[in-house]
Design a protein around this ligand. Structure first.
Ligand code: SF4
Length: 342
């Protein structure tokens, strides 16, 4: 049985032509899936009843189940989705009061091999890559469930996107072509996988690259992120400089602020020096404590001081608005309690 969600227009055409239908029919089906977010073939009312019956015999719209759905006080919605092999990932829909944007935070892998010390997903280890259709299904599920159109996508859920880059790029292409979400509204995040950054330097992708840096120097980063041993900050700096020079694009630096570890004035100065020649925006993310480790959130004064010191060094800095903290959907808390409740 074919699953239509996640297929490109050409792939849908192949199925429709096989049933004796036309390319025009295929386009209609494509629009029902991506722009009208239907849940079943029977809802495709501009197809004849006979053709819908034929299509139903060889295809269905989706094979992903919503296993758990949680809605935060701030409107953030977190889904635990189950694929046919029973593997689950989380997908989060975030709304920001002051903007019309609806941002989906999608997962790219089941589990993750990178094992950052502050992240619940890393504790689970790597299970498998998601294929591009499974990534796309996350956004379609959100659209089907809410009846709303997602406008922005961040690859910041479970998994390391640059360790599954081919599927991430295919998904990005379909988000662009079929969902009509502009490439500039896509953000691909990485813990600093240098070969992936080099590959992105060589392709003309208009999306934003976000680096989870989280530390001002090698020693602190090594404590937080094992990946620092394989891809240390000095080599990462070279790769980022090369990426910016080649693409002309500004990158985003994600920096988790953890009390007494990387939130000091000294850390702010070191970070400013490290980023001095990199064209970037810095997102400071005050840590959300979990029961899984001893890291603590800095107080508001430390956060503001850190921001001020970086701005004083000429950097653009924002403190990220927290979303979904009451349902563990905030950064570094994906997975967590929902799976534990199984
Ligand atoms: S923070 Fe991202 S890269 Fe690090 S373990 Fe978690 S999912 Fe993997």
């Amino acid at each position: 049985m074919n699953v239509l969600s996640g297929l490109s227009l050409e792939e849908i055409e192949n199925i429709v032509l096989g049933l004796g239908g036309s390319k025009f029919r295929a386009r209609q089906i494509h629009n029902w899936i991506y722009l009208k977010s239907v849940s079943s073939i029977d809802e495709m009312t501009d197809l004849s009843l006979k053709f819908r019956q034929e299509l139903n015999s060889v295809a269905k719209v989706s094979d992903v189940k919503i296993k758990v759905k949680q809605v935060s006080n701030d409107g953030t919605i977190k889904y635990l989705l189950e694929y046919p092999d029973k593997q689950c990932v989380e997908t989060v829909l975030m709304r920001f009061d002051n903007r019309a944007n609806l941002t989906a935070c999608v997962s790219s892998q089941v589990g993750c091999a990178v094992n950052c010390s502050f992240c619940a997903t890393g504790k689970r280890g790597f299970i498998r890559n998601l294929d591009y259709k499974e990534i796309i299904e996350q956004v379609l599920t959100i659209q089907r469930d809410t009846g709303l159109k997602v406008t922005n996508i961040v690859f910041m859920g479970q998994g390391e996107p640059l360790l599954n880059l081919d599927n991430v790029l295919k998904a990005a292409h379909i988000f662009n072509e079929s969902f009509q979400i502009g490439a500039r509204r896509l953000t691909i995040s990485t813990s600093g996988i240098i070969p992936g950054i080099e590959k992105l330097s060589d392709i003309d992708l208009q999306s934003t690259l976000a680096i989870s840096l989280h530390a001002p120097n090698h020693n602190i980063r090594k404590q937080l992120m094992k990946i620092e041993e394989k891809y240390p900050m000095d080599k990462l700096h070279n790769a980022l400089k090369n990426y910016i020079d080649k693409t002309g694009r500004r990158i985003t630096i994600e920096y988790l602020l953890i009390k007494d570890l990387n939130d000091t004035a000294q850390s702010a100065k070191e970070l400013g020096i490290y980023l001095k020649d990199l064209k970037c925006n810095i997102n400071l993310i005050p840590y959300n404590p979990t029961e899984k480790n001893d890291y603590k959130r800095p107080d508001a004064t430390s956060i503001m001081k850190f921001k001020y010191l970086l701005e004083h060094m000429g950097k653009k800095v924002t403190v990220r608005l927290e979303r979904g903290a009451d349902i563990d959907a905030a950064c570094g808390q994906l997975r967590g309690r929902v799976l534990k409740a199984d």
